[in-house]
Design a protein around this ligand. Structure first.
Ligand code: AMP
Ligand code: FE
Ligand code: FE
Ligand code: ZN
Length: 275
């Protein structure tokens, strides 16, 4: 069995396109021995993924991708090893998903004011039972023929600062970190190379984040080395993965290209006294 762990994956429970079962099969085919399904604000995929993983010999670590606010910035936090049946966590996720629907309605309202007659039903249909997000809105806009590409949706309408942009519910980093810690888990700053300043990174370390996602498709080898340096300097943990959404738009090739070692996963367990 390989030594490869990909701890950042999405399914239809958020903005991914694969079922948990199909995702685990592809992970196995890509040579991964450990994965974590980290849907945005949903733990709905975990039990099915774990059941399939047990059959195929892929270890499935509990995970989720949360959103927190630092000033006006939306920062993503990956959480692992927490008890996903914890009622505080479940209530938070449920409330957050409900707020996401209300935000999608506000975005659709703004689009309608801009003479783009998208309906909320078209968006909710894209999301199915998963957490609704801007990717679903972008896909609905393309499908209905209002724009010609996924990226155009963000550039023209729903990207930050654009006319139909709406914020998500505000959650402080510390609230998210403490909630996951109380549920027995660890938190990691997700893909810092995308848009995180060193100031924001240092703030999260002060807030008690446990680690940094060092490996991510958006990170150059220099970035990875830089984040590994910070991890060792501040006695943090290192995570990483592909942020795979099923092979479409922003995915960089197939599963199995972005990973950390199982030894790094072991270090997470040790920090939690699970070994
Ligand atoms: P949401 O959580 O609803 O705000 O959606 C955030 C997701 O939208 C991110 O995880 C990205 O996948 C995608 N996204 C955000 N900004 C852009 C952008 N400028 N271009 C393309 N995709 C984006
Ligand atoms: Fe996503
Ligand atoms: Fe993210
Ligand atoms: Zn992600």
């Amino acid at each position: 069995m390989s030594d490869r762990a990909d701890l950042h994956l999405h399914t239809i429970h958020s903005d991914g396109t694969l079922s948990p079962e199909e995702l685990v099969k592809r992970a196995r085919a890509g040579g991964l021995s450990t994965i974590s399904v980290t849907d945005h604000d949903s733990v709905g995929a975990i039990e099915q993924a774990r059941a399939v993983g047990e059959q195929l010999g892929v270890e499935v670590i509990t995970g989720v991708e949360l959103s927190v606010s630092v000033g006006e910035q939306d920062v993503h936090v990956l959480a692992y090893f927490f008890d996903h049946t914890n009622s505080t966590v479940q209530d938070h996720l449920e409330f957050y998903r409900f707020e996401r629907v209300k935000r999608a309605e506000r975005i659709v309202g703004k689009l309608n004011d801009l003479k783009v007659p998208l309906t909320i039903d078209a968006v909710l249909e894209k999301a199915g039972n998963g957490s609704v997000g801007r990717p679903h809105i972008a896909n609905a806009l393309v499908d209905e023929g209002f724009i010609s590409s996924y990226n155009e949706a963000f550039l023209k309408y729903i990207g930050q600062g654009k006319p139909a942009f709406e914020r998500k519910m505000r959650v402080s980093p510390r609230a998210a970190i403490d909630m996951i810690s109380e549920a027995g888990g660890l938190t990691f700053l997700a893909h810092p190379g995308v848009n995180i300043s060193e100031e924001v990174l240092m703030g999260l370390i002060k807030d008690g984040i446990d680690g940094i996602e060092v490996v991510h498709p958006s990170h150059s080898p220099e970035r990875i080395a830089f984040y590994r340096g910070i991890v060792s300097e501040y006695f943090l943990l290192a995570s990483g993965g592909s942020d795979y959404h099923g092979g479409g738009r922003n995915d960089n090739g197939s599963l199995g290209k972005y990973f950390i070692s199982n030894q790094e996963v072991e270090m997470m367990r040790r920090r939690l006294d699970l070994v």
